[in-house]
Design a protein around this ligand. Structure first.
Ligand code: TXA
Ligand code: MG
Length: 341
C-alpha cells in the first residue's frame, strides 16, 4: 500500500460512539488500513497487530525507527493472555487492578505477535486502554491493535484529533475524533520479564501505586542517566516528544528574570513557583497540579508551538514523585536553558 492516502475524519462521542462508525473503522483495520483513535492517554495510530504489512505502514507513516517496539492493545486479561507466552502473578494482579487503564506490561511474547511489532524483541508490551472508543474498536476488530502515539516520530503526542490531522494527515486512512483525551500522558510501562518489575516509562499509574498493589515488592527505577546510556525502551531516549520550537527548561523562576531579552518567547510554568515581575511573553501558561499538568501538557505545548515563538521556556515542577511522569516528558521535550543562545 502507498504511504500517501486520503484521510477521513469521523466524529464519535467518547461515552457512546456510534456502533456503525466503529464497525466502519474496524473494517478499515481488517483490510490492512490505519485508524487513529483516542485512548484515555493519547490518540493512538492503530493497525491490526497480527497483520505485519499493516504494522509496517505504522512505522512508515510515523517515520519511526524499526528498532522501537509498539504496544499491543487488547480488550482485557483474556485477550492479553493469548498474546503473551507467560502470564506471571504480577501481571495478573496489576492488570486486575489497573485495566482497563494507563498501564503497559512488558512480557515474553507469544509467536502470534509478528516480529515487526516488537522490533524483533522476545517481549511484547500489552495494555488494555480505557474508553468506549478504544474498547469498542478492539472488540469489533476481534484482534488486538498495535498502536503507538499518533504523531510523527519524536514529535509531541496528540491529545486531540486536530493534532493527529496536522501531523499525520494524508498518512492515516481514518481518524475517529472523540474530543480531547481524559488523562493526557502516555501509559506507564513496566517490564515484568526480570526478577524484579522494572519501570521503563513513568506515567499516570505511579510507582507508589504499583508497589502497593504488588504488596511492597521492589520496583527497579533506572536512573535518568542509565536509561539514556542504555536505552531499553526508546521512550527513554533523551530527545523525544519534542515541540518544533526550541524549548528550554529551568528549575528556578529567577533564571527567567536573568535571561537577556531576545525575540518572542512563550512560558510554560509547572507547579506554583511565582514568576518574576516584568517579563514580556507572547504567551504564558501555568499548570499547578500534577493531574492537570498531565492532562494539559501536550495540548499546551502544541498550542504554544503553533504560536511560533522564538523559544519556549519551561519552568520545571519540583523533583517529587507526584511529578515524575510530567518531569520525564519535559526532560525529553526541552534542553537545559544554558544551551539557549
Ligand atoms: O498511552 C500509551 O501508551 C499510548 C497509547 C496510544 O496507548 N501509546 C504509546 O505508544 O505511547 P508509543 O509507541 O508512543 O510508546 C510505547 C513505548 C515506547 O517507549 C516503546 O519503546 C515501549 O513503549 N515499548 C513497547 N513495547 C516494548 C517492549 N516489548 N519492550 C520495551 N519497551 C517497549
Ligand atoms: Mg510516542
Amino acid at each position: 500500500m502507498p504511504l500517501e492516502c486520503s484521510t477521513r475524519v469521523l466524529a464519535v462521542t467518547s461515552e457512546s460512539p456510534d456502533p456503525a462508525i466503529l464497525g466502519e473503522a474496524a473494517l478499515v483495520l481488517r483490510r490492512g488500513g490505519l485508524v487513529a483513535f483516542a485512548t484515555e492517554t493519547v490518540y493512538g495510530l492503530g493497525a491490526v497487530a497480527t497483520d505485519s504489512e499493516a504494522v509496517e505502514r505504522i512505522f512508515a507513516a510515523k517515520g519511526r525507527p524499526a528498532v522501537n517496539p509498539l504496544i499491543v492493545h487488547v480488550t482485557g486479561i483474556d485477550q492479553a493472555r493469548e498474546y503473551a507466552a507467560d502470564w506471571p502473578a504480577d501481571a495478573e494482579v496489576l492488570a486486575r487492578t489497573f485495566w482497563p487503564g494507563p498501564l503497559t506490561v512488558v512480557l515474553p511474547r507469544s509467536d502470534r505477535i509478528p516480529d515487526v511489532v516488537t522490533a524483533g524483541r522476545p517481549t511484547v508490551g500489552l495494555r488494555s486502554p480505557a474508553g468506549a472508543v478504544a474498547q469498542g474498536l478492539i472488540a469489533r476488530c476481534g484482534r488486538p491493535l498495535a498502536a503507538p502515539s499518533a504523531n510523527r516520530s519524536n514529535a509531541l503526542s496528540p491529545t486531540r484529533a486536530e493534532h493527529v490531522l496536522a501531523d499525520l494527515g494524508g498518512r492515516v486512512d481514518l481518524i475517529l475524533d472523540s474530543g480531547p483525551t481524559a488523562v493526557g500522558l502516555e501509559s506507564t510501562v513496566i517490564d515484568l520479564t526480570g526478577d524484579r518489575p522494572r519501570l521503563l516509562r513513568p506515567g499516570p499509574i505511579t510507582v507508589a501505586e504499583i508497589v502497593s498493589t504488588l504488596e511492597g515488592r521492589d520496583v527497579l527505577i533506572p536512573a535518568a542517566g542509565e536509561s539514556a546510556a542504555r536505552p531499553m525502551s526508546p521512550g527513554q531516549m533523551p530527545v523525544h516528544y519534542a515541540p518544533r520550537t526550541p524549548a528550554f527548561r529551568m528549575d528556578c523562576a529567577d533564571d527567567l528574570a536573568a535571561l537577556p531579552p531576545r525575540g518572542a518567547i512563550a512560558i510554560l510554568a509547572l507547579g506554583n513557583q511565582p514568576l518574576p515581575a516584568g517579563i514580556t511573553a507572547a504567551a504564558c501558561v501555568r499548570l499547578e497540579s500534577p493531574e492537570r499538568a498531565a492532562r494539559m501538557l501536550y495540548g499546551e505545548l502544541h498550542r504554544l508551538d503553533a504560536l511560533r515563538p522564538d523559544a519556549i521556556f519551561v519552568l520545571m515542577p519540583p523533583d517529587r514523585p507526584e511529578w515524575l511522569a510530567v518531569r520525564d516528558r519535559l526532560m525529553r521535550a526541552t534542553r537545559p536553558v544554558r544551551e539557549w543562545q
